[in-house]
Design a protein around this ligand. Sequence first.
Ligand code: GLU
Length: 399
Amino acid sequence: MGLSDRIGRIKPSPTLAVSAKSKAMKAQGIDVVSFGAGEPDFDTPQHIKEAAIQAIKDGFTKYTPASGIDELKESVCAKFSRDNGLNFDKSQVVISCGGKHAFYNLAQVLLNPGDEAIIPAPYWVSYPDMVRLAGGTPVIVKTEENNGFKLTPDTLDTVLTDKTKIVVINSPSNPTGAAYTKKELTDLGNVILKYPNAWVISDEIYEKIVYDGYTFVSIANCGEEIRKRTLIIHGVSKTYAMTGWRIGFTVGDAAIIKAVSMLQSQSTSNPTSIAQKAAVAALNGPQDAVSKMVSAFHERRNYTISRLNRMKGVTCLNPQGAFYAFANLNSFLGKGYKDTRLNSGYDLATYLLEEVNVAVIPGDAFGQKGYLRLSFATSMEEIKKGLDRIEEALGKLSS
Ligand code: GLU
């Protein structure tokens, strides 16, 4: 068809594909329970919507600087100073079209052919493909369930080389919910600092969605040297139920931020003007809606994890953050129903969607066989119904 080699290196996003499939089934009148894409089911808080409406009324509907408006950059600086004790200047901030775009841009401006990006697995589905698209080489590093799916300094040391350009840290993690302590991040940082070419991309999009009194800490809080090597990506999507508004941001080294801004000036231009005004209201306004959403997620997490662990053959770690259950269903691999044998997470997910109309994401998409990711960012009623159906479907499988 004459498509570029570059586009041939990637595949469609599995999270978005499952979400599209379950929406299409719902449109046909099928009663699908979706544990698919990670998207808060709550509405965007009213004061944030009002700010966008006001922006439209005020005619704030034209191009803005490609890197975002000063008012939002200042709000981002204020957020990092207030919440994280990290002081950045506006020249160290760029506003992008969502957290995914923030990572994409960094891969584009940092990677040359042959450069390696270390990605701990299970990983968010889009990191490896965005690295490949930029011409880099993803180096997938397995983490262990019995270590809470966290990367250890020893393992990291075995994969870092002079070719390493990026080390991805995603805490709290999508899909496992693993959240690192300051000591763990400091130890990882000390290993990374031995390699002068390596930058840390710290994806902190789930910072505010944490449980059981876990206090969020960034690797950028683990000393001045590692702070200088860290690029934080973040956004308003998950914290403020603003997935569709597409506002993310990157903070860190001014020269890299300048390169990202230049890339945006030749690709997307500015993120949507009215969404930027909404993001200012989100970051500077009342935060009570956030704590309400987090306590609802907490209740749903407790229910989901305890139900999963009570199902015969299923185990699931308790996530410390984000809104995903990453359930181990390895005991079902090789089992079957009627004429079908289930040999992978993809087979299990297909079986659940077809047999009981429950949408989940196969662990394989996150680099982990035999697991399923369930997003519990949906109502308790749906969660109960979906888990009942999963239990029923798993009960039908035999060796
Ligand atoms: N990050 C979310 C997820 O993992 C949203 C979908 C996406 O962009 O992948 O489901």
